[in-house]
Design a protein around this ligand. Structure first.
Ligand SMILES: *Cc1c(COP(=O)(O)O)cnc(C)c1O
Length: 466
C-alpha cells in the first residue's frame, strides 16, 4: 500500500522542471495525457509490488518512461527501413525509392504554393494533368497521356470510360490477381463492363477473340501477366495481332502493362517486360502502367495512348476521385526528366540497383562485412561474418520467376538467437530488414543505399552489446 501512496499526482509531475521544459516544447495536452497514462499504469503495476519504493524513485521512473514514450512517438509510425532483402521493388517497403531530382521537385512543391492548376503564361486556370503529359508523350511516342492515383485506378478509369454497360473481351489466362485485392474480373465488374472470357487458361488464339466479337463489344483488353508465368503448352495472342483484329472490327485495344518500363532492360537479361514505347509502336489504343514499379517513381497510374480515348477519360467524372496530388506530379516529373534529359540508369535508384555488376556487388558485400566485423570487435555473440552469393529479385510483380545473381553478408550468432537479432534490427530506427536462412541472417547488398552500411553495423553493435 505504501508504494501507491508514494505515487505522485499528475500536477506534481507536471511541476517538475524537466517536464516543464517538455510542456513548453510539445503540446501541453499531449504531455498531460502521457503523464496520466504512465501514472495509471504504475498504479496497476505497483498495487501488488511489495518492494518499498521512495517517492523520489517513483518520480524518476515516471520521468524516464515519459522520455522514452516521447522518443517513440517522435519516431512516428511510418519509418525508414533499410532493405536487406534483395527484392528491389518490395511492395511492403514502399516499392520504388525516389531519386534525387524527384525528391528535390517534391520537396520544393510540398512546402510552398505552386502552379498545380494555373497556366502562368495566360494567368488563368490550368490543368494539373498537363505538367507531365508532354514529357510522357515524348518518351513513349504516344499522342496523349494522363496520370491517376495508381495503375488499378488507371485500369478502372479506362474500363469505365470505354466499356461501361458493354462487353470487354479478355483471355482466360489473363484474368489475373495482382495482390492487395486487385483482380481483373472484379475491377471489370466495378466498372460496369461485362466480361467476355475467351480461350483457355493456357492457350488462347486470335480466332477465339474474333469469334467473341459482337455488336456489344467495346474493348479488347489484354493484361500483362506480370506476377506469374505459365510455361509449357502455352499460346498467347500478341499485341500486334490483337491490334490488327481491333482495327478490322473498329474496336479499341487496351493493355494493362503493369510494370511499364521505359528502358530496354534486355542487356541485363530482363527481356520479358515489353517497354511502353514498344506497346505504343505496336498500336495499342490505351496502355496503363504503374509509376512506382520499373519506372522507379512515385505511386501513380499512367495512361498513354490515342488522344480520342485519353480525352474521353479526362471528361469522366470518375477522374476527380482518382486524381493525383501535387507531390506525386512533382516526383513523377522529377523521375521522368531523368529519362528524358538526365541519366536514368544512374539516377533512378531502382535502375541503378538492377544494373549493379557482379563486381560492384561483391565489393559492396566485402565492404559491409568489414564494417560489421569492425563494429562487433571481438564480441563472441557474432560467431561468423562472411560474404556469400544470393538470388535477388526485381519484385513488384515484375519478373516473377527471374532471379538475379546477388551478393550478401551472412552472419551466424552464438548465445543469442537469430530470431532475437532479426527482431532487434526491425525495431530500431531506421528498421533493418534482413533475410533469414536456417540459423543465419543474410543481408543482400543490392538494395542497400551507401548510408545504410553504417546504420547496419551500428545497429548490430547495439544489439550485440545489449
Ligand atoms: C501492379 C499491377 C497492377 C496494379 O498497379 P498499382 O499501381 O499497384 O495499382 C495492375 N495490373 C498489373 C498487370 C500489374 O502488374
Amino acid at each position: 500500500m505504501n508504494n501507491l501512496k508514494n505515487i505522485p499526482q499528475v500536477d506534481e509531475v507536471l511541476n517538475q522542471e524537466p517536464v516543464q521544459i517538455l510542456t513548453a516544447r510539445y503540446n501541453r495536452n499531449y504531455i498531460v495525457l502521457r503523464v496520466r497514462s504512465i501514472i495509471d499504469r504504475l498504479r496497476q503495476e505497483l498495487r501488488f509490488d511489495k518492494t518499498p519504493l521512495e517517492r523520489a524513485d517513483i518520480l524518476a521512473m515516471i520521468l524516464q518512461q515519459l522520455d522514452q514514450e516521447i522518443i517513440k512517438d517522435q519516431q512516428g509510425s511510418i519509418r525508414r527501413v533499410v532493405n536487406g532483402t534483395g527484392v528491389v521493388l518490395h511492395t511492403n517497403l514502399g516499392r520504388a525509392p525516389l531519386g534525387g531530382r524527384a525528391l528535390d521537385y517534391a520537396a520544393k512543391m510540398a512546402g510552398r504554393y505552386n502552379n498545380l492548376e494555373m497556366d502562368l503564361e495566360k494567368g488563368q486556370r490550368g490543368s494539373r494533368y498537363g505538367h507531365v503529359e508532354k514529357l510522357l508523350c515524348r518518351l513513349t511516342g504516344a499522342e496523349a497521356a494522363l496520370v491517376v492515383n495508381n495503375n488499378a485506378a488507371a485500369v478502372l478509369l479506362g474500363l469505365t470510360t470505354l466499356a461501361q454497360g458493354r462487353e470487354v473481351i479478355v483471355a482466360r489466362g489473363q484474368l489475373i490477381e495482382i495482390g492487395g485485392a486487385f483482380r481483373i474480373p472484379e475491377v471489370m465488374k466495378l466498372s460496369g463492363a461485362r466480361l467476355v472470357e475467351v480461350g483457355t487458361t493456357n492457350r488462347t488464339y486470335l480466332s477465339d477473340y474474333a469469334a467473341a466479337v459482337s455488336q456489344e463489344t467495346a474493348l479488347l483488353f489484354t493484361a500483362h501477366s506480370s506476377n506469374y508465368k505459365i510455361v509449357g503448352f502455352v499460346k498467347e495472342v500478341t499485341l500486334p495481332e490483337l491490334v490488327q483484329l481491333g482495327a478490322e472490327r473498329n474496336i479499341p485495344v487496351m493493355q494493362d502493362l503493369g510494370s511499364g518500363s521505359l528502358c530496354d532492360l534486355s542487356a541485363w537479361g530482363l527481356d520479358e517486360e515489353p517497354t511502353v514505347q514498344a506497346c505504343v509502336q505496336a498500336g495499342a489504343d490505351i496502355i496503363s502502367f504503374s509509376g512506382d514499379k520499373l519506372l522507379g517513381g512515385p505511386q501513380a497510374g499512367i495512361l498513354v495512348g490515342k488522344r480520342k480515348w485519353i480525352e474521353a477519360m479526362k471528361q469522366n467524372q470518375l477522374l476527380r476521385a482518382l486524381r493525383v496530388d501535387k507531390l506525386t506530379i512533382a516526383a513523377l516529373e522529377g523521375t521522368i526528366r531523368e529519362y528524358y534529359s538526365g541519366n536514368a540508369l544512374e539516377n533512378v535508384p531502382i535502375l541503378r540497383m538492377i544494373g549493379y555488376s557482379p563486381d560492384d556487388l561483391k565489393k559492396r558485400a566485402e565492404d559491409l562485412a568489414r564494417k560489421i566485423r569492425d563494429a562487433a570487435g571481438k564480441n563472441p555473440k557474432l560467431s561468423e561474418v562472411k560474404t556469400c552469393s544470393v538470388q535477388d529479385m526485381i519484385g513488384g510483380g515484375s519478373y516473377p520467376i527471374h532471379k538475379i545473381a546477388g551478393a550478401a553478408v551472412e552472419m551466424s550468432f552464438s548465445g543469442i538467437s537469430v530470431e532475437s537479432v532479426a527482431v532487434g534490427l526491425r525495431l530500431l530506427d531506421p528498421a533493418i530488414l534482413a533475410r533469414r536462412q536456417e540459423d543465419h541472417l543474410i543481408i543482400s547488398v543490392r538494395t542497400l543505399f551507401d548510408d545504410d552500411i553504417d546504420i547496419i553495423s551500428n545497429h548490430l553493435q547495439m544489439i550485440l552489446e545489449s
